[in-house]
Unconditional design. Structure first.
Ligand SMILES: Cc1ncc(COP(=O)(O)O)c(C=O)c1O
Length: 394
């Protein structure tokens, strides 16, 4: 086991590295000098094992068409078993360059025009887009925010699912942006309702490795055989190990008939082969990155605690929703009494921080901002200082 202590305080210059988060913020938000706390990647260097494996592969000097090797698939199986107690078969692990690509392929392959796709806003915007891209209708089952906690409205969910044209639910577990790690009881209820109403559950578990102590990620398809028979689980090493730019994810589909449809979609769009370097990085991360991840989660949790404490003591109008999983803080700014454009302008033009604005996650997110907590604490402190000053000057 690696006993190295990683230094997550280290500032690594990312400007000029063709980083979307750092090199695109000013252009996209039409503002200069922004502190980028938006796109969900980390400002941390990856585990040493990943860099070493990539170096070794690069030294080979030939990067032809590649496949996911037996040892790659074994590494994924071992990770799911060791980290989540989820035993998966090798054949269940299907490729996609990214989870968003997979969502689009899945909506296209598993629904027909006129079918409806159910989502739970406020939620990651590409869920909505993946349905709209294929001209499918959307149905929403908004999350309920009460006394500082988000929960699902199961009565509304059942009502919506009982519409026979609702064929698919895209579930975010853990949930981006509200940071919930759904309990076994909550997921079981979703499973029962979706079975009863014949709704396919597409469960996006890209943040599934990013849960904090005391919480447990339950893979949806690990709930029961019935849950496995009507679900598609989207997983990836990209958020977990900060390798999103290497474009590799694992779409886990236990049911053979569902898997056939998905694999046909991959063939159809010629997406069935991994990026050679992505597969190498992912395997190395799954095999050797556990210790790094534990330290990283500990660091992120302390960032989250810092923000929550800072807001409590210095900007009591704002509160951060308790973070159970993901590295994305969800800050309730509604007590400022600003409309969505005023809040956006306050954060962008006055505080000079690029947050993801809550309304982009659906109307239900209006009045909130999403902050990326996976960065050195000094940046978090800088952001809090800028925010305090902008709000004091209101
Ligand atoms: C819930 C969720 N799904 C998918 C993605 C992106 O996945 P990919 O880069 O694999 O397309 C993100 C990135 O923030 C996310 O939060």
């Amino acid at each position: 086991m690696n006993s190295k202590e990683y230094d997550f305080d280290e500032i690594i210059e990312r400007k000029g590295s063709a980083s979307v988060k750092w090199d695109e913020a000013d252009r996209i938000f039409h503002t200069e000098g922004l502190l980028p706390m938006w796109v969900a990647d980390m400002d941390f260097r990856v585990p040493d094992e990943v860099t070493a494996a990539l170096r070794n592969r690069v030294d080979h000097g030939i990067y032809g068409y590649s496949l996911r090797s037996e040892s790659y698939l074994a590494a994924v199986q071992r990770w799911m078993s060791a980290r989540h107690g989820w035993e998966i078969e090798r054949e269940w692990i299907c490729h996609s360059p990214g989870v968003v690509t997979a969502l689009n392929l899945i909506v296209d392959g598993f629904t027909e025009p006129g079918d409806k796709v159910l989502i739970q806003p406020p939620v990651y915007p590409p869920f909505r887009k993946s349905a709209r891209n294929q001209a499918r209708d959307l149905v929403t089952n908004p999350l309920v925010y009460d006394q500082g906690k988000y929960t699902m409205d199961f009565a509304d969910l059942e009502r919506k699912m009982s519409d026979p044209s609702v064929k698919m639910m895209i579930l975010c577990s853990p949930h981006n942006p509200v940071g919930r790690v759904w309990t076994k009881a909550e997921l079981s209820q979703v499973s029962q309702l979706s079975l009863k109403h014949h709704v396919l559950v597409v469960c996006d578990e890209i943040h599934g490795d990013l849960v904090f102590s005391g919480k447990k990620q339950i893979p949806f398809a690990g709930l029961s055989e019935e849950a496995a028979s009507h679900s598609i689980i989207c997983t990836a090493p990209s958020k977990t190990f900060n390798i999103a730019g290497l474009q590799i994810s694992n779409i886990i589909i236990p049911d053979p008939a569902l898997r056939r449809i998905y694999l046909d979609q991959l063939q159809r769009f010629s997406l069935n082969e991994p990026n050679a370097l992505g597969a190498v990085a992912a395997e190395a991360a799954y095999r050797g990155g556990g210790e790094w991840l534990d330290q990283c989660l500990d660091y992120i949790k302390r960032n989250a605690d810092y923000v929550a404490d800072f807001l409590r003591s210095r900007i009591p109008e704002l509160t951060m929703v308790p973070l159970e999983g993901t590295y994305l803080g969800w800050i309730d700014c509604r007590k400022l009494g600003l409309d969505k454009i005023q809040l956006q302008n306050l954060m962008l033009k006055k505080a000079k921080i690029a947050f993801n604005q809550g309304y982009t996650f659906g109307d239900e997110g209006g009045g909130f901002v999403r902050v990326n907590l996976a960065c050195p604490r000094s940046l978090i402190k800088q952001a809090m200082g800028r925010m305090l000053q902008a709000i004091q000057n209101l």
